[in-house]
Design a binder for this molecule. Structure first.
Ligand SMILES: CC(C)(COP(=O)(O)OP(=O)(O)OC[C@H]1O[C@@H](n2cnc3c(N)ncnc32)[C@H](O)[C@@H]1OP(=O)(O)O)[C@@H](O)C(=O)NCCC(=O)NCCS
Length: 241
């Protein structure tokens, strides 16, 4: 049975608060549930920022293929409708809980063992190639750990102007109270970028499966990615405790 967010937990909720000192000034941030009014903006952000910068999307220049962009939007909209996506804002220093500006997001969702695959939602040749590569890592990882229910994700993104402060780690940390609120015992994700892999390690994720981008090409000739910044792709998990 696909997971349906129960009404017992307030929506939207704030899941995590943190601060960063930049240029001598303390700035406050929070991570909350993504609400429906944010969907158009978040979809735009994922296309304009994530698709241009995530290593595999960048390598295939996915933005040059409209069908793939449409395909990614279809999947992300489906994930957003699951009401488990988290968004990070800088907080108005005068009004607690009021967003001052958007900082980043994570396209998180809850998966269950017998869920139908999302395969039929995948359109566009380039997007299907990336999705299949991620799915391959997921299947390899599930040979080690196959939870009945877990939090997965399809896209972690921080706006360029906020990068360099490990804000992605805080967004990953926010998954933990969110999972606890719904009794989700594991979180499992494919990390494709050296920066997100470092953040995941800091956030106590561990490897389930790791393969170099060079070796990935030997699995399927479609998985040919020219990526300089990141050597490997890593399927990682963290127990929620
Ligand atoms: C991944 C992402 C969210 C991280 O943003 P962030 O939270 O600001 O992360 P930071 O820039 O602070 O980097 C985190 C760590 O990675 C390191 N890092 C960043 N780029 C690196 C690179 N090219 N090579 C080696 N290390 C790198 C940083 O030095 C930092 O490590 P440190 O804390 O030990 O110094 C952001 O880069 C992004 O949105 N990328 C595009 C989309 C993407 O690829 N998402 C991840 C897909 S799984």
């Amino acid at each position: 049975m696909p997971f349906v967010r129960p009404d017992t937990v307030p929506f939207p909720s704030i899941w995590h608060r943190f601060e960063r000192v930049k240029d001598g000034r303390t700035r406050k941030f929070f991570v909350q549930d993504a609400t429906e009014d944010m969907f158009p903006f978040l979809l735009d952000h994922m296309v304009e920022a994530f698709c241009r910068n995530e290593p595999m999307c960048k390598s295939l220049d996915i933005n040059s293929e409209p069908e793939s962009i449409e395909g990614m939007e279809i999947l992300w909209r489906h994930i957003l409708e699951g009401k488990m996506v988290i968004v990070c804002f800088e907080e108005d220093p005068e009004i607690p809980g009021k967003p001052l500006r958007f900082v980043g997001c994570n396209m998180t969702y809850i998966a269950e063992k017998d869920d139908p695959t999302m395969d039929e939602l995948i359109i566009g040749e380039k997007w299907k190639t990336i999705y299949d590569a991620v799915d391959f890592c997921g299947r390899e990882g599930s040979k080690i750990l196959k939870p009945d229910r877990y939090m997965g994700a399809m896209g972690l993104s921080v706006l360029q102007r906020f990068q360099g402060m490990s804000i992605g780690k805080e967004i990953l940390d926010a998954r933990i109270p969110l999972c606890k609120a719904f009794n989700i015992p594991w979180t499992v994700t494919c990390f494709t970028n050296i920066a997100s892999q470092k953040l995941a390690l800091k956030c106590k994720f561990q490897n389930l499966f790791e393969i170099s981008y060079d070796d990935l090409e030997k699995v399927d000739p479609r998985f040919k990615f020219d990526i300089k910044s990141t050597k490997t792709i890593r399927q990682m998990y963290r127990q929620v405790e």
